[in-house]
Design a protein around this ligand. Structure first.
Ligand code: PGA
Length: 257
């Protein structure tokens, strides 16, 4: 079995002090875990410099967003050059909350993806269909449009440093509906075929993570999908007493597969 990527976006949760308490504990868990599990955390910007000292190869560190320009008149925005200066490993782009509340669109995300590559930051591109698109039976089309637009102009070489998170909008957060594992497999297979169409053989190696109400009860079910390469977890990872059992389950799963 290949590497399994498991990480968490903290969204607007945790103070810096809480992050400083959480990170060394997770780092310690990470160091003892099966090496095939690659962990990552994505805290708010304000925490990153401090938490860089508490993270490393076994526990990668990312930002939740960034601008596409290196500098300019963009009050309140964060430059990719600065994220690089902090020494981040990755940057999350296009989470559905950013699309929903801050009007992020696929064309802007395409500029951000290219900015990430320019600075050697690994983009973790989030895509997902809305409930309306699912009900209309156009989930796969919607995912394909998001991939083709956000990844326009990306070369197969660059694609080797790209991760995708598939998160159905309707499955995310409190009030989200847990997706059926079979549905998740189908969407991941469809995403894989778009990636192969876009990048040829390199498309087979792009990690595609699943996110949206992942918890201890459903995590392994999702991971059984042949094109599910990891999990992107919100609420169930913010408390280590919930997260550690999930990681242990994944470790057992890897031993037996
Ligand atoms: P959730 O969040 O696991 O709390 O649903 C997932 C996400 O928004 O990435």
């Amino acid at each position: 079995m290949k590497t399994v990527y498991i990480g968490t976006n903290w969204k607007m949760h945790k103070t810096i002090a809480e992050g400083v308490e959480y990170c060394p504990k997770l780092n310690k868990i990470a160091k003892d875990l099966d090496e095939r599990i690659q962990l990552f955390i994505i805290p708010p910007y304000t925490h990153l410099t401090t938490l860089r000292k508490e993270t490393g190869e076994r526990l990668l560190l990312g930002a939740q967003n960034m601008h596409w320009e290196d500098e300019g008149p963009y009050t309140g925005e964060i430059s990719p050059a600065v994220l690089k200066e902090i020494g981040l490993d990755l940057v999350e782009l296009g989470h559905s909350e950013r699309r929903q509340y801050y009007n992020e669109n696929d064309l802007d995300l395409n500029k951000k993806v290219h900015a990430a590559f320019r600075h050697g930051l690994l983009p973790l591109l989030c895509i997902g269909e809305s409930m309306q698109q699912k009900e209309l039976g156009i989930s796969e089309e919607s995912l394909a449009i998001q991939l083709k637009t956000c990844l326009k102009g990306v070369s197969p070489d660059q694609a080797q440093k790209l991760w995708i998170a598939y998160e159905p909008v309707w499955a995310i957060g409190a009030g989200g509906i847990e997706a059926e594992a079979e549905y998740v497999y189908k969407m991941h297979d469809s995403i894989r075929s778009v990636l192969v169409r876009l990048f040829g053989e390199a498309g087979n190696d792009i990690p595609v993570l699943y996110g949206g109400s992942v918890n201890r009860g459903n995590a392994l079910g999702y991971l059984k999908g042949k094109n599910v390469n990891g999990l992107f977890i919100g609420r169930s990872a913010w408390d280590l007493t919930k997260f550690e059992p999930i990681l242990n389950d994944v470790e057992d799963f890897l031993k037996n597969n």
